[in-house]
Design a protein around this ligand. Structure first.
Ligand code: PLP
Length: 404
């Protein structure tokens, strides 16, 4: 891996600035969402929609900083939600656009309210279709069922593979043939599959072949096919032609409207986590910089996925430069971000700028150890920085007990 610089996709949004000077006055840790990069992603997705006739939704589980929904709305058909709260957020903050929801299992005490917000409701099982389908149909909703084509295209990430053996995600053809009946089938307007994670379109093409083999006979009776998320469409090496071929194939073969619901692709490389060094310690020759940002609290996918996040001007080739292990301040021994080579020795107060931090961060962080939630800032095209939300002690306390 070469050094991350302003020409790396993760930091190219800062190419017109001197990042350390730009962020020098920010209280850390904080997330900075890059408006220009978001817009560029939006334009890329809108171009795809225009060329192919597909419809693109923002999967809010990845990015739900709704101050940016007005910026994204012109490029998108709407939002995708994982349940009631995200559905409501999409309806409230991207008004006039479609709201789609998929949930592993809906709750009786929420379903009625969900009908207020959702346009498309996708069920994960035939039982749930049986339980809620009539009610949703009577409310005028478009209904779908998630299918599981049992086609794994990712290795070593079972936690992110909905097609892993024994997965609860979606209905296999075997279960479909056992449980589906004509009354339930008549309720369905579409099918949904989500099988990818940060993947290119060759894996979509493989998946689509499996879908065609197993569910092709059913798809010709449907109005739409939702191909889920995990498409890394806005990544520089993404093969757009293959994706476009897949979308056209689905439209022409089955006469369906194609939906995609990427999360990452919408906000890819459109955010930074700005942190500072609090201390530098040493153990058996390893220099460890303790930051005011935590992997466990502020970028949980670093530990969950796991992956090593990009840092401006750092290198993962440790053969040269100043080598440090970067870690968080929490009690968790494994709150380690990774080992990096830096151009100069680190000292207390130095800025450390993480890239690609808009996705699965602000919507997934936590206050373990009483860690403050990082504030969220907007970076405008002209370099202006505006605070969007500030967090404090009350945000930590209110999640834990009675408000007094
Ligand atoms: C059903 C569904 N749709 C969309 C997405 C968004 O995926 P990504 O952010 O990888 O594009 C996910 C992610 O888990 C998902 O489960």
């Amino acid at each position: 891996m070469a050094q991350w610089t302003l020409s790396s996709p993760q930091f190219s949004g800062l190419a017109d600035f001197e990042p350390n000077a730009l962020f020098a006055k920010l209280p850390t840790p904080c997330y900075v969402i890059d408006e220009a990069r978001l817009k560029a992603n939006g334009e890329c997705l809108a171009g795809l929609a225009q060329r192919t006739g597909c419809r693109i939704l923002l999967a809010q589980k990845a990015f739900s900083n709704y101050d940016f929904y007005p910026l994204l709305a012109p490029f998108l058909t709407g939002t995708e939600a994982s349940g009631l709260y995200e559905a409501r957020l999409g309806a409230e903050e991207m008004p006039g656009k479609e709201v789609h929801v998929f949930c592993g299992a809906y709750r009786e005490d929420e379903f009625q309210q969900l009908l207020q917000y959702a346009d498309h409701i996708v069920f994960n099982s035939i039982h749930q279709l049986k339980q809620y389908g009539q009610r949703a149909k009577a409310a005028g909703k478009s209904l779908g069922l998630r299918i599981n084509p049992q086609c794994s295209t990712q290795e070593g990430h079972a936690i992110y593979d909905p097609c892993a053996p024994g997965s609860r995600m979606g209905v296999t053809r075997e279960v479909w043939d056992r449980e589906m009946d004509s009354n339930l089938l008549a309720l369905l307007d579409g099918l949904h599959f989500h099988t990818l994670c940060e993947q290119n379109s060759d894996d979509l093409e493989t998946t689509l072949k499996a879908v065609a083999d197993q569910f092709g006979d059913i798809l010709s009776r449907m109005q739409w096919l939702n191909m889920g998320g995990g498409h890394h469409i806005t990544r520089p090496d993404y093969d757009m032609q293959t994706l476009e071929r897949c979308i056209r194939f689905a439209r022409e073969t089955w006469g369906v409207t194609v939906y995609l619901e990427p999360g990452e692709a919408v906000a890819l490389n459109a955010g930074y986590l700005v942190s500072r060094v609090l201390d530098v310690v040493e153990n058996s020759g390893v220099r460890i910089a303790i930051l005011d940002a935590s992997a466990a609290c502020h970028m949980p996918d670093v530990l969950e996925m796991p992956y090593q996040p990009p840092i401006f001007q750092a290198d993962t080739d440790l053969s040269q430069g100043e080598t440090y292990r970067l870690a968080g301040p929490t009690c968790l021994a494994g709150d380690v971000i990774g080992d990096y080579a830096l151009p100069a020795p680190l000292k207390t107060g130095d800025l450390v700028i993480f890239g690609d931090m808009a996705i699965y961060t602000t919507c997934k962080n936590n206050t373990f150890n009483g860690m403050p939630l990082p504030d969220i800032w907007r970076l405008s095209r002209d370099g202006a920085l505006t605070p969007l939300t500030r967090f404090g002690y009350d945000d930590f306390k209110h999640r834990l007990g009675s408000a007094r």
